[in-house]
Design a protein around this ligand. Sequence first.
Ligand SMILES: [Zn+2]
Length: 299
Amino acid sequence: MIVGVVPSPGNRHLINRPARRKDARQPPWKSRLVRQLGHTGPMRIELAGLPGDPARPNEDFVSAVLPASGRGGVLVLLDGVTPPPSGDDGCAHSVAWFTARLGGALVELCAARREMSLRACLAEAIVRTAAAHGDGCDLAHRRTPQATVVLARWDGTRVEHLVLSDSVLLVEAADGAVTAVLDDRIARLAARGPVTDAQRNAEGGFFTAAADPAVVSRAVTGVLPRAEVRALAALSDGASRWVEVFRAGDWAQCLGLLAKSGPSALIDRVRAAELADPQCAAFRRGKAHDDASAVYVEL
Ligand SMILES: [Zn+2]
């Protein structure tokens, strides 16, 4: 994850003004099925991930589950925060260990415990992961392993979502309008000056999933009627930079690319843009390449 992202029109607001995808009209048979059955038939899910550096572990975690508790499904996307150059994080474990633990717990809880809210699932997953560290790790350390979080869970009647820190959730409505659900704290801080470690998980700063379950109160959450959602996508900031850094398209065009060509095509285009600007001169960014993950779900 990159802290200090360049603020952009794409991430100033928690919920972006919806843009419309050109080819987005839902066929009449689909809306009829939604009305009659509460769903439209088989779901389509595609996901892809690529490490920023092939010599380093990919610290993103991405998963999608069908079904959750017998109905609908779940998506989980985490972006592990890159450790400090000094390596001082008070922990015996790697960031990849942390995201795998937290992501695994989230998949289990969100999929099996539908009676728990997504905030409650995240709190419990943080508690479980903190316990797995063991006594040798300093979980009060500001740089203890931590991650951004995107969760979505759907069934025949509703779609729940949760976003914490700077990964992105895109929601395409039945009429083709695309909304970006964002926790824009880092972008707002970056607009005022350099984002620092002192602002990490601190009042007035920005928040990530680390070892304190109380952070779930900071997450952006919502619930939408199932019939009003046609597709979802989650992106780590290594993938969302196609919009937020390279300005190659807006959120609706990003979702259109995911629908037409899949997450791997989006990541390929990000890599191509990065390779065309290896010194980060034309497009300011913290790293030439970042771990990139994306999942696309057509409900
Ligand atoms: Zn540890």
